[in-house]
Every structure is written in C-alpha cells, then in structure tokens.
Design a protein around this ligand. Structure first.
Ligand SMILES: [Mn+2]
Length: 334
C-alpha cells in the first residue's frame, strides 16, 4: 500500500507565504543543465505564485537558456538568462530541484547575502541550505511537490501551471518508467491531465523533436560503450570536440547515460562528459540496490540512490579509468 503524498509542513507553507508576501521581487532558479524537472518546476511555481500575487514581480532566471525542447511551455520565452555583470534586483530567491548550493556559482555572487533562499528539492543528498527548505526525497519530481504546494497554498491549478508540472513529472520518471514511478506519481499525473493538457503534445515536443545532429552524437556515444564486470558495469563518454563536430550545443545533449544504461544486463552505468577547465562530469545510474548517490556524495556530488553525479578534476580519460576502477570495487563490496 502506498499512502497519499503528504502536504508540505504547515511551517514551510506559512514561511513561504510570509516571504513571498513581503518580497518586492522574487527569482525562481535552478542550476545547469536545466532538465525537464528544473524548467517545469520553475514555470509551474511561477504560475502558481503569480496567481496568488498578481502584480508582484516573480521571475524565472537561470545561468543558461531554457533548452529548446522545453520552449513550447507557456512562460518559457519570458525566462531570463543571467547576463554578464547582471545584478538582479531581487529580494527573494527560490531554488527548485537543486541538491547543492555550490552549483549556483554566478547567481549567488550577484545577489546580496541578505536575500533569503527558499529551497524546494527532492534530492536526498540536499543538506537543507537556505532560510527555508522543503526536501522530500520520496517525491518522484519537484514538479509533483509544486503540485502539492499549490494545493496547500490554495492556488488554482490551470492548464498553464499543469503543463510544465506534467513535463517535470514525465521527464524525471523517464516517462513513468524509473523506480520513482509510484502510485502518487500517477495520482499527480491524473490530476494534472484533468486540467485538459495534452500528453501526446508533451511527448512530441520533449521526446520526438531531436535535432538530427544529436542522433549522430548518440550513435557515437553508443559506439564508445565499454563494459566491465561481465557486462554489468557499462560506460561511455562525450568529449568537448564532439559538440563542435556535430554542431550541437552542450545543453542539447542530455540523458546520454541512458545509452550504456539501456544495454541488457547492465546494472550500473556511467557517462563521462568532458567539460571546460580540465574537468569531467560523471553521471551514474543504478538498476539495483547499489546506491550511486553514496558514491557520488563521497566525490563531492549528489543525487538519488539510482541517479547521481559529480564533477572530477583531470583529463576525461584519467577520470574514466580511475572512477571505473573505484566503481567496480564499490559494486564488488556492496
Ligand atoms: Mn528532479
């Protein structure tokens, strides 16, 4: 049996009401890369708060643009990108789907330290930063939490809010296929669909609108898949030169870890992504009880037990060799 998802704590709801009520200008933000849950939660929350506080400045601002596949969402065109030397005039910051404040480099430096931060997240590794936080590691997506928050705030739920929240839910659950897909997730989906939004339209925009160069990059990543531990540990990599070669923006290439992960027999998958500054980003996925979040947290990253990541210093080939050796040992010992 699965109990209905609990509402946010009354203290959180009261605190949020007080902060939003008292602020002049609020920012809603998430860190890069912006995935469907980040963008969907931002836009859904913006819609909810604007309905409750008409006339108040409530903006979505990120360090990068909303990815092309999510630009069909209402409000996406209005989302701001933090410009160089931009000092946003805001007195409240709400972060969504951000497990770690360290990943908010530039934006935090541009805001006065006195600006209160509200932290709404579902990463178990979230340390609870900010002046007010609501972390529910059992939530399938932050978008699902925003739905419960809207209910607790007494906000109307229209299709304009439901569409981004549905995108959040459908992307973070891998189209209702990952282990975080539970009854409450489908209950939330049902509630969102009742507003009249079209799930087929979402699928077409989000999952069937790939730029052809991305398909070519995915083919290359598939050819680079390597295995260890009898085919149960699989990984691949993306190099900086790949984006230029295929004429792609780095942010267009997400979820590539699903390529090694999708192979029969794979229990733990990794993707190594070369980034600027002599570093590599490592994405980890687990199909078993092996907790990749624990592994990632030990490396300064974070995530969920079955989906986590971290950034490592060094050449991507060196990071790859070292992390695979460590992963193989960790899986062995688990
Ligand atoms: Mn999420």
């Amino acid at each position: 049996m699965s109990a209905p998802a609990p509402p946010p704590a009354p203290q959180f709801v009261a605190g949020l009401k007080r902060l939003v009520g008292a602020c002049r200008s609020a920012l809603i933000s998430s860190h890069l890369p912006l995935d469907g849950d980040a963008v969907g939660s931002e836009l859904g929350l913006q819609r909810v708060l604007r309905a409750l506080h008409p006339g108040k400045r409530i903006e979505v601002l990120n360090e990068g643009p909303v990815p092309e596949v999510f630009r069909f969402l209402p409000g996406a065109d209005e989302a701001r990108v933090l410009a160089k030397d931009d000092r946003p005039d805001a007195d409240l910051l709400i972060t969504v789907d951000c497990g770690n404040l360290d990943r908010f480099g530039a934006l935090l430096e541009r805001l006065p330290r006195s600006v209160p931060i509200v932290n709404i997240d579902h990463h178990g590794s979230n340390p609870g930063y900010g002046s007010l936080h609501w972390i529910d590691a059992g939530a399938p997506a932050v978008g699902e939490m925003i739905l419960r928050l809207a209910r607790a705030l007494g906000a109307p739920l229209d299709a304009g809010a439901a569409l981004p929240l549905y995108v959040a839910l459908v992307t973070d659950t891998g189209r209702f296929s990952y282990s975080n897909t539970d009854p409450r997730c489908h209950e939330a989906a049902a509630e969102l669909l009742r507003t009249g939004i079209d799930p087929a339209l979402v699928s077409r925009h989000v999952f069937r609108s790939k730029p052809f160069p991305l398909l070519r990059l995915e083919a290359e990543v598939a050819l680079r898949v390597r295995f260890e531990r009898g085919g149960t540990l699989a990984w691949s990599k993306v190099l900086l030169e790949d984006y230029a070669k295929h004429g792609l923006d780095e942010h267009e290439a997400q979820d590539l870890v699903d390529i090694p992960r999708s192979v029969r027999g794979v229990e733990v998958a990794a993707l190594f992504r070369e980034v600027e500054g002599g570093k590599a980003k490592v994405s980890l996925r687990s199909e078993t009880d092996f907790d990749v979040a624990r592994f990632a947290v030990a490396k300064g990253g974070g995530g969920h037990p079955r989906a986590a990541g971290f950034t490592a210093k060094g050449r991507v080939e060196d990071v790859e060799r070292q992390v695979i050796a460590e992963l193989a040992r960790a899986v062995e010992g688990a």
